[in-house]
Each structure stands twice: as C-alpha cells, then as structure tokens.
Write a protein that binds this ligand. Structure first.
Ligand code: 3PG
Ligand code: MG
Length: 396
C-alpha cells in the first residue's frame, strides 16, 4: 500500500478522504458544538503533510447518517471551524458536495490551501457507491489519499469508488491504525485479553467468534452482557436483552470452552428503573435483577474481577463502554475498566467512538498504546473481513 509520501502532491489537487464524523451536541437554538474532536486531530498530520509539500488539499468526510438528504444538523460547518483552528490555516468550506460551491472552492485553492466539502452523505450516491457520484468527486482532484480509517469498512463512493479512478495512497492515520490491527492479529503477546461492551450482542457475535481462535480471555460488560447472563438462565429484570441471540450466545460459549478461552461476566450490576441521573440506583447481584429494574453499569465486584482478569495481560483490545457512562451514576464501571487497561504493561488498544471518548474524558489517553478512531472498522478487521477501503488502497 503506497503512502502519502509516495505521491507528488506539489501544485496538485489532492482529495483526502478523512473520517471527521465527530459527536456533536446542540442546545436548543444554539450552534452545535463538538463533544470530542479526536477524529479531527487524528486527521491533521496527513493534511499538514500535503500542504507542506505545496499540495492543494480537498478534504472530504461524512458526518452522521443523513441518508442522502441535506440536513442542517449534520452539516460539517462546525468541523470546518475546528479543522481550521487545529491546522492554523483558513479552510474554505463548500456548502455542497460536488456542486457549484465545491467546484468554486476547489478552483480557488492556491498551493498549500485547504478546502472542505460538505457532508458526503448529503448525496445518496455516497452510500450507494454510485459510479457517477464517484466520478463527480474524482473530478475535484488529481490524486486521492485515503485516511478515513473509521469508514474503511464502508463500500461507499468516496472510500472505494474514487481511489479506483485516481492515483492513490494511504494517509498516516490509516497506516498507523492498520499497523496496530496487524499486531493484534499476528502473534500477539500473551495473555491476550479482549474487553467488549456496548449495547448489542448481535453486532459483536462475528468478531467474538473470530477472536475465540486468538484470545486467551474475553471479558464482557455493557448492555450486551445481559444476553450472556440470560443465556445462563439468570434473571435480568428489564435489562437490555436480545432474546433472538440466546442460542447463538450458548453456541459461542461452547466454542469458547472447546478452545479453552475463559469468558468473564459481571457478578454484580448497577440497576435503576429509568435511564436518568436522578433515578434511584442500587447494586444487585448479576443473577438477581428485580423486575422493573434494568442494569445500566457493571458493579464494584465486577470491576475488581475484570481488573484481575486484565492484570497479567500483555495485549489488550477494548471496544465498547461497560455502562451508560455518559450519566455519572453509571460511569464507574467504564472508569474502572479504563484504569485497569491503562495499568497493563504491553500493547493496549481501545477502539470505538464511545470507549475512546471515555478514555479521553477520563484523562487516561496517554496511558494507552493506541486509541483507535474506528470502532466498526477495527471490529470488522478483527472479524477477518477484507475492508473495502483497504482493498481499494491496495490496488494499483
Ligand atoms: C463511525 O463513526 O462508525 C464511522 O464514522 C462510520 O460511520 P457509520 O457507522 O455511520 O458508517
Ligand atoms: Mg459506526
């Protein structure tokens, strides 16, 4: 896979596909603000390199899931402002994707100038991988750099269509992320422990099944643990439960037993009747959640057990929060796991928007080997799938 340093960018228009899909918060009537700018920061080095060599950077990204509709709350306008601050350059923001505004922004670029196109997913052709839309994008550049790691698992026009039309290379972020994933997949130092959280088992079964061939221990928290607990016949009250996944979970546990992979589940959970900061909450045994109550975090005993399961690890991959960590009463589990992973000596990787944001908010980022900018992309890689964006960048 060629790198951005291999491209002769000077004086040329370089389309750079980034993943600037950052969480936004909008108070009623106020302009949206960026909650976590990690993905914008991570995109800066490649853009900087293109500018420093006299290239004209045409940056493009999606934000959220506007499904082909121009939707004000998904505008990249706040991202353009933040990108300009982080680059220390003015960023010319196009108010459309491949229309009049985009063409004029790109045409007015000088060497070393930056433009940002409006949200790619305002055009239906993006997610459809539409060939004509890919050509319209390609017409805005002479070269293509793929640096949107978090979107490499999407066969979208800007991810896999445009690199087929232009001379292309991977950016620094994509290189760095793929390096780490290769280290996780090839002869990781042992014990190799994976911590999974987040709400849905159905999203994670494929990756779990593939990981069972590689890991020594699997620690499971977050909303998805209740389907595991229920599969053991435990009462989970009103907790999140994917009843249609119970058989799949039982089958997966048999496979884990065959492979000698230890599965660690919570022993206690923090429960409440509503997902609300002011709701009464208590700690109950994981097999004794009362009706009408739902598990919203792992409890203190679980945190101790999870930490013990991490203490001897030499390689850790963590994806997904342990509870509803955005709300203070349900944040301790995620905090405890973050601290336990941070204390591990070896390769520690956290991936996924929520868990990465949690690690940054807790001020623990420096203590991790790598904070991935892509949850879904990392998981699909670890599932053993070929990511469409990687395949496109690898082709000549
Ligand atoms: C993400 O946040 O997962 C990436 O930016 C990809 O977005 P998507 O899941 O909406 O395709
Ligand atoms: Mg996603």
């Amino acid at each position: 896979m060629r790198g951005v340093d291999d491209l002769a960018v000077s004086g040329r228009r370089v389309l750079i596909r980034c993943d600037l899909n950052v969480p936004l918060a909008a108070a009623e009537g106020a302009a949206p603000t960026i909650v976590d700018d990690g993905r914008i920061r991570a995109s800066v080095p490649t853009i900087r390199a293109v500018l420093d060599r006299g290239g004209r950077a045409v940056v493009m990204s999606h934000l959220g899931r506007p499904k082909g509709q121009v939707t004000a709350k998904y505008s990249l306008a706040p991202v353009a402002l933040r990108l300009a601050e982080l680059l220390g350059e003015s960023v010319s923001f196009a108010t459309d994707v491949v229309g009049e505004s985009a063409r004029s922004c790109v045409d007015s670029l000088d060497d070393g100038g930056v433009a940002l196109l409006e949200n790619l997913r305002f055009e239906a052709g993006e997610e459809q991988g539409d060939a004509a839309f890919a050509e319209s994008l390609a017409a805005l550049g002479d070269l293509y750099v793929g640096d949107g790691f978090g979107a490499l698992h999407r066969a979208h026009a800007s991810v896999s269509g445009v690199p087929a039309l232009l001379e292309h290379a991977a950016g620094y972020l994509v290189h760095a992320e793929l390096d780490v994933l290769r280290r996780l997949s090839t002869e990781p130092q042992r014990p190799y422990v994976v911590v999974l959280g987040g709400s849905k088992v159905s999203d994670k079964l494929a990756v779990i099944t593939n990981l069972l061939g590689v890991v020594d221990r699997l620690i499971i928290g977050g909303g998805m643990c209740f389907t595991f607990l229920a599969a053991e016949g435990k009462a989970v009250g009103d907790s999140l439960l994917e009843a249609d996944q119970l058989d799949a979970v039982r089958q997966m546990r048999r496979l884990a037993d065959d492979r000698g992979v230890e599965i660690v589940l919570p022993t206690d959970v923090v429960v409440a009747q509503q997902v609300d900061t002011s709701a009464e909450s208590r700690v109950v045994a994981a097999d004794d959640i009362p009706d009408g109550w739902k598990g919203l975090d792992i409890g203190p005993d679980s945190v101790r057990r999870f930490a013990a399961g991490l203490a001897d690890a030499r390689t850790v991959f963590w994806n997904g929060p342990m509870g509803v960590f955005e709300l203070a009463p349900f944040a301790s589990g995620t905090l405890g796991v973050a601290q336990a992973v941070a204390a591990v000596e070896g390769l520690t990787v956290v991936g996924g928007g929520d868990s990465a944001a949690a690690v940054r908010q807790l001020g623990l980022a420096e203590q991790f080997s790598h904070i991935s900018t892509g949850g879904g992309a990392s998981l699909e890689y670890l599932e053993g799938k070929t990511l469409p964006g990687v395949a496109a960048l690898e082709k000549d």
